[in-house]
Design a protein around this ligand. Sequence first.
Ligand code: ATP
Ligand code: MG
Length: 385
Amino acid sequence: MKYGELILKGANKSYFDAILLKQIRRKLKPLGEFRVFTSQSTVFVESEDDALLDLALPELQRVFGVVSLSIAYRVEKNLDAILDTVREKIAPLLIGAESFKADARRSDKKFALKSPEICREVGACILRTLGKAAPKVDVHNPREVVWVEIREDFAYVHAGKLPGAGGMPYGTSGRALLLLSGGIDSPVAGYRMAKRGAFIDALHFESFPYTSERAKEKVVDLARKLCAYTDTVNFACIRLTELQLALQEACREEYFTILLRRSMMRLACRVAERQKCGAIVTGESLGQVASQTMDALRCTDAVANLPVYRPLIGMDKEEIVRTSREIDCFETSILPFEDCCTVFTPRHPKLNPTLEEVLEEESKLNLKELEDKAFSEIEFFRVNR
Ligand code: ATP
Ligand code: MG
């Protein structure tokens, strides 16, 4: 496996390496025994059992910090052994390809052949083996590259590169609290932050019995989908029913949404503090709904005492949906269940609330007391795959 971005990390590199290896080992543990190690900026995952490696491949493609993967064959460091593998394992992969070239790298400079000589031998071997079915050689712009790497202990032969998940190893960028609803956006926001290395905890708000038990299960299912990338998610749930009913009773309807979002943000900051999260993450995208205008977001941020990250702020819905499908959340997200934001939705939400107006509405009831109560009844559990 290649990991491009990590190579750039200079003095911190060993820290990132260690976390990446830990993530890989954790992913592979349920599958069986593997040998996992790094050497010369490449991670090696070895097994004698090809079937196990086939199982490992899709798992490894979801490990953040891995840019690309290839299946490599480890062989003795002599030309005959290398060419045997090229003939038996690599040549069949090239049938039907448009063009190829052979490339070689020697970190063991004492190896008898120089890189150009190895390339010539390997290229000729493929042409000989495949005859008429051989792709043409194109050294400038080949479709496929057959690699031979002569390392200290062994030679490695591989062709074909599979894409990795990219990003930074999970957990190398601190811990963030994701506000997770049952919608399309917030799981994508969590995925994007996890991809940048942030450890993700989730917080969900419900309004039972206006929102059902099944609606909450759907959100837990979404957290479980994220676990394909994050392993586990600490899940917190706060019930807002009483607070919402009190808002409805005391305040002007057009302000419900913004008032609710401010309460959510205050509570989120308290949860984040307790769980030692350094930031809040939401799935908001500028202008998508009334609570996501600049003025509304500003009113929400005014109560946050932590940075609020909104990785989707500049994304269109189609782009968000594309990612949602890629991470297998979409089909779950579109299941029709009510959300606590929708059960008390005002008919005409205020698009451009000012802080003065919002503060005036908030002064009409004892929000502190309501929030304290909701916070004291918080529910915690851990979601696994
Ligand atoms: P999503 O598709 O993520 O639900 P949305 O487009 O429906 O987003 P809103 O309902 O305004 O937009 O929510 C904006 C953001 O606020 C969500 O992306 C999420 O981060 C947070 N949020 C909304 N509802 C909840 C909830 N019930 N629990 C936790 N967070 C929520
Ligand atoms: Mg929503």
